[in-house]
Design a protein around this ligand. Structure first.
Ligand code: ADP
Ligand code: MG
Length: 726
């Protein structure tokens, strides 16, 4: 059966689904009752653990005290009973390898009792430590297969939960994944280390401000997830989506996103039922989802939870991606988390809202109404400015991937240049500080709408800037350049670590004048002036999409690392190693292993895309074009046989386009066959410089043909079909 009929069958299947779909059914259990019902939460622990054990665990969770391993047996037994009462038959240590995915190894609770029966078993040792062989996970050279031992170790600070699937229930225990030498093989280990490092330095600064009671300072994250949803029938008829998560071919539809009529529009019924289902699943896992809306591109949506402690938010974010995928499947759809599934339309990012704070001093990035008079806030804000200026290249490196390369710098996403948007009020305060001291803050005022029945609305002190990669949004920074399919761990680790360094710098400078109020105040003023003078060039409040900014950024000396191959090697520099080693977040060896893994992933991704492009080009698109060519040729021959002169312009045009396609395919195949050198960087560079442009040329040739070849011969579901038939 030809590809084109596969395409038509897909359209028929979707239309049939629409005609026969059963009406929505809503669960009548209130959300408040399901929320957290599958979590081994503090409440559950309080109820089922002896009080001394509960208190000991809480000390570890709330104050970062080390875990008393003697309580493990008691906790394990309670956890097992609780999980079994929820229907669990297995337990799994959940870990987060460098692939950015979530990994799990399941073991059954049942063990033979030696009498022909079985008992359930789950000891403290099984809770605390696991040893998945897992030697196939990338380690970037840290583990050779002959020394493949890797351990998972329980992260008490992220609660265990049960995960339901159609075929059973599993107790899931969040863990770190380390080598037998204790080196990090995952994304969680450095995250926990970086939280510790940032906490230590933030405490030093808070002590200087006279606080005596200071709870653990942690970072908070609120990740907004963008995604596309398309019918599963279309997904299965697009080998490019199956292989790479993005369309490698596809001409622009007659109508795209130009009317902005999808953005915040009414949500289609089929999608709403998907969203409700996703929310219910996430509630059960204690994930506080809050916001949902349509995004800019057709069939693009967003979901955002309320912000949480960054470690928990990161685990929850991984669960959210899994849930979006699995619920979509249940609803006959596919959720695409790729950063750029459709060329020419907006891609999907994961805006990472980031702040730091604790339970005693609150949000340390909250300016209050009069930021100019809030020295403590200004110091923390200056620490962020200094960090981003000194380490913009690192922040660029931790969001680098083959997929995000399509998005950064495209017309809807922040450019690959890291700058900070401060907003009018803060910008004004820092401008004053540059001159010496800040004496006023622009006030909020109120907004009148001009309709008597509407109340006056409080006006924000500054507008939002949607083009900035790193924007201050009232009481937090929004890192908007993070990609839709990425783990948020990497960006959080980098932010914590560079903040630790700046807070260390600030504390060291101010500590000498501590105790003497006048001296302290003047030291702060001097320090803030110095920081804003030296690092203010990272602040940009204008349009980040404009070409003038790219020029200006270069003049300001801000790095512009356009793609992953330019950006990733930053992870291997001595400067970055010095910071990460100083704060015990990652060793030079661990950083190098990460660089190796990410470069390798980049090259693998491009290679898969290249093979898929070549295959689809040769076996689906070229045959369709040749069939059409013979139809037209036959038409011309018929005209000639009737004694008339045929108009061969269409035929000539088509022959030309087919020639372009075949020659671009040959160029791609040659590039793929070329040897690229020895190192991983050589491979990645070859992919970036030779294979990516060659793929693009094939795509351009094919997309022109899509508008020429007879529709009934075209093998792939079109953009219009995938994005508008649902
Ligand atoms: P936007 O208007 O930017 O799309 P959303 O409401 O979709 O905003 O998402 C904002 C995200 O920022 C939410 O996840 C929210 O919980 C989070 N957030 C709010 N305050 C903070 C904070 N202090 N620290 C970290 N994240 C925060
Ligand atoms: Mg949002």
């Amino acid at each position: 059966m030809s590809g084109s009929s596969a395409r038509l069958r897909a359209i028929e299947a979707v239309t049939h689904y629409r005609a026969t779909a059963s009406p929505l059914s809503f669960s009548d259990v209130p959300a408040s009752e399901i929320f957290g019902s599958n979590v081994f939460s503090k409440d559950v622990m309080r109820q089922c653990l002896p009080s001394a054990v509960f208190k000991s665990l809480m000390r570890t969770i709330d104050t970062g005290a080390s875990l008393d391993s003697t309580v493990a047996d008691t906790v394990a037994s309670a956890m097992k009973e609780w999980a079994i009462s929820k229907g669990a038959t297995h337990y799994a240590h959940i870990f987060y390898p460098l692939t950015g995915a979530t990994a799990e190894k399941h073991d059954g609770f049942l063990v033979p009792d030696g009498q022909g029966g079985a008992v359930t078993e789950f000891s403290g040792k099984m809770l605390i430590q696991g040893e998945p062989d897992a030697s196939s996970f990338p380690s970037g050279g840290i583990r050779a297969t002959f020394e493949a031992r890797g351990y998972t170790a329980w992260d008490v600070t992220s609660p265990a939960y049960v995960l339901e699937s159609r075929n059973g229930v599993t107790l899931c225990i969040p863990t770190v994944f380390i080598s037998w030498t204790g080196e990090a093989l995952d994304k969680k280990t450095p995250l926990l280390r970086s939280q510790q490092a940032m906490n230590k330095q933030a405490q030093r600064v808070l002590r200087l401000f006279g606080h005596t009671e200071i709870a653990n300072v942690t970072s908070f994250a609120g990740p907004e997830q963008e995604y596309f949803l398309i019918d599963r029938n279309f997904y299965f008829s697009r080998p490019d989506l199956l292989a790479s998560g993005r369309t490698l071919f596809g001409a622009a539809p007659p109508k795209g996103q130009e009317f902005d009529d999808h953005y915040f529009g009414a949500i289609p019924e089929r999608v709403i039922s998907f969203m409700l289902e996703v929310e219910r699943e996430l509630y059960k896992l204690g994930i506080p989802v809050r916001t949902r809306h349509n995004e800019v591109a057709p069939s693009q949506y967003e979901v955002a939870p309320l912000y949480e402690n960054a470690n928990l938010a990161t685990d929850h974010q991984q669960l959210m991606m899994l849930t979006l995928r699995s619920v979509a499947e249940r609803c006959g759809m596919t959720c695409l988390l790729h950063e750029k599934p459709f060329a020419g339309l907006n891609g999907s990012g994961k805006h990472l809202n980031f702040s730091i704070g604790n339970s005693t001093q609150g949000n340390l990035l909250d300016p209050g109404d009069t930021p100019h008079a809030n020295a403590q806030f200004l110091v923390f804000c200056a620490a962020v400015i200094r960090s981003v200026h000194l380490h913009g290249d690192l922040l660029r490196a931790v969001i680098a991937s083959a997929a995000n390369d399509h998005r950064l710098g495209a017309n809807e996403a922040p450019p690959a240049i890291l700058s900070i948007f401060l907003g009018e009020q803060l910008n004004d305060v820092f401008e004053q500080l540059k001159q010496g001291s800040a004496t006023s803050s622009k006030t909020k005022g109120s907004l009148t709408v001009g309709v008597d029945t509407l109340p006056p609305l409080p006006m924000d002190t500054g507008d939002r800037n949607r083009t900035s990669p790193f924007a201050f949004t009232g009481n937090r920074f929004e890192f908007r350049a993070v990609g839709g399919s990425m783990s948020i761990a990497g960006p959080i680790v980098a932010l914590n670590t560079i903040l630790a360094e700046s807070l260390d710098f600030i504390a060291t400078r101010l500590e000498s004048s501590a105790g003497d109020e006048a001296a302290f105040n003047s030291a702060i003023q001097k320090l803030l002036q110095e920081i804003i003078t030296q690092h203010g060039s990272v602040i940009f409040n204008g349009d980040n999409y404009s070409s003038e900014w790219h020029k200006e950024a270069e003049e300001r000396g801000l790095p512009h690392l356009r793609n992953s191959v330019d950006a990733l090697p930053v992870l291997g520099t001595d400067e970055v190693a010095a910071v990460f080693e100083k704060y015990d977040v990652l060793t030079k060896r661990e950083l190098h292993s990460r660089l190796e893994v990410y470069l390798e992933q980049y090259a693998k991704t491009i290679n898969v895309e290249a093979r898929s492009t070549a295959e689809i080009g040769r076996t689906m698109i070229l045959p369709a074009a040749l069939r059409y060519q013979s139809e037209i040729a036959e038409g011309c021959a018929n005209v000639k046989a009737a004694g008339c002169a045929p108009d061969t312009r269409e035929l000539q045009h088509l022959i030309g386009l087919i020639g372009t396609l075949t020659s671009s395919l040959s160029v791609l195949e040659t590039a793929m066959a070329e040897s690229a050198g020895d190192s991983t960087l050589d491979h990645a560079t070859h992919c970036c410089r030779s294979i990516v442009p060659a793929m693009q040329a094939v795509r351009e040739a094919a997309d022109v043909l899509e508008a020429v070849v007879a529709d009934d011969l075209w093998p792939l579901p079109t953009y219009q079909e995938m994005l508008f038939i649902k």
